[in-house]
Design a protein around this ligand. Structure first.
Ligand SMILES: [Zn+2]
Length: 287
């Protein structure tokens, strides 16, 4: 089956309206993607969840509208330059009635290409000409200030720097705490050094946008130790995933994720040695 463009889906979280924007998807064979879990078991779980190999990995971005602040975009998707199957965030924003010019803040979970690749358009211009960029200071240190002669994959680092360049003068580095009114940063290091989640609202009706805590939800919820080849610090990524899963299951808050299956909102329940990710109910709203 081919994917067609999908409409944005909206959620009300306290005073905020959270909108899932589909950027598209990408595919990598599980054998190249998943590490630290027996491949036989990985394939078995994926198969029994009626999911394919290579998996279709959804790429989501999130729009947050909070009274008193301009529209906030959390991650930008991969843009059109990486893969033809991504780059749908601009049209999803239009469907939500929000122009790229009106985005006041772009908050980034981390700087992998499928999250920051939409910062610059095909002509090399800033896709969000009036936006301030917000990201964790450890993420900026790793991708923007490492010595290029010492990094594992120079091309990836160069791509990130190209994406961030137009925003150099309007980038704000953060740690834990409130980053714009109503949105709290929650460092979730491991996948990358400054990988960060963002929390909207409080209590069990709040949402933690957890970035890349999972790439293949069925597999990594059942096998919590299963990481990905892209994890910069694999052991820390496992520790962070375990802790985040535990909290989400115990406290019952919602999670949203860039690679959760669209529309990308879920709750967790512990099951056996692992967890189960249950899709949240959604409602479609106008604009
Ligand atoms: Zn990702």
């Amino acid at each position: 089956m081919q994917q067609r463009d999908v409409s944005p889906i909206h959620w009300q979280v306290g005073e905020a309206t959270l909108t899932t924007l589909s950027d598209g998807y990408f595919q990598v064979p599980l054998e190249h993607l998943i590490v630290n879990a027996p491949m036989e078991k990985v394939l078995e779980v994926q198969h029994s969840a009626l999911r394919s190999n290579p998996p279709r990995i959804d790429v989501n971005a999130y729009l947050v509208r909070i009274p008193g602040h301009g529209p906030v975009l959390i991650d930008t998707g991969g843009g059109s330059q990486l893969m033809a199957s991504m780059g749908k965030v601009p049209s999803a924003l239009r469907s939500a009635g929000v122009s790229q010019d009106s985005i006041q803040t772009v908050i980034l979970t981390h700087l992998h290409g499928d999250h920051c690749g939409g910062l610059v358009d095909l002509k090399g211009n800033a896709s969000f000409p009036n936006a301030e960029i917000v990201l964790h200071k450890a993420e900026a240190a790793y991708w923007l200030h490492s010595n290029l002669n010492e990094v594992p994959d120079r091309k990836t680092f160069e791509f990130v720097r190209q994406m961030m360049a137009p925003y150099e003068k309007r980038t704000r580095l953060i740690e834990a705490g409130e980053v714009v009114p109503g949105i709290l940063s929650v460092p979730l290091p491991g996948h990358t050094p400054g990988h960060t989640g963002y929390r909207i609202g409080s209590g069990s009706s709040s949402v933690l946008i957890w970035g890349d805590i999972v790439h293949v939800p069925a597999v990594q919820s059942a096998h919590v130790n299963a990481g990905t080849a892209m994890d910069v610090d694999p052991a820390l990524a496992v520790k962070t995933r375990k802790e985040t899963f535990r909290q989400a299951a115990e406290e019952g808050f919602f999670v949203a994720g860039m690679h959760l299956e669209f529309p990308g909102l879920a709750q967790l329940r512990s099951e056996g040695d692992g967890y189960r990710i249950l899709a949240g109910h959604w409602i479609a709203m106008q604009g």
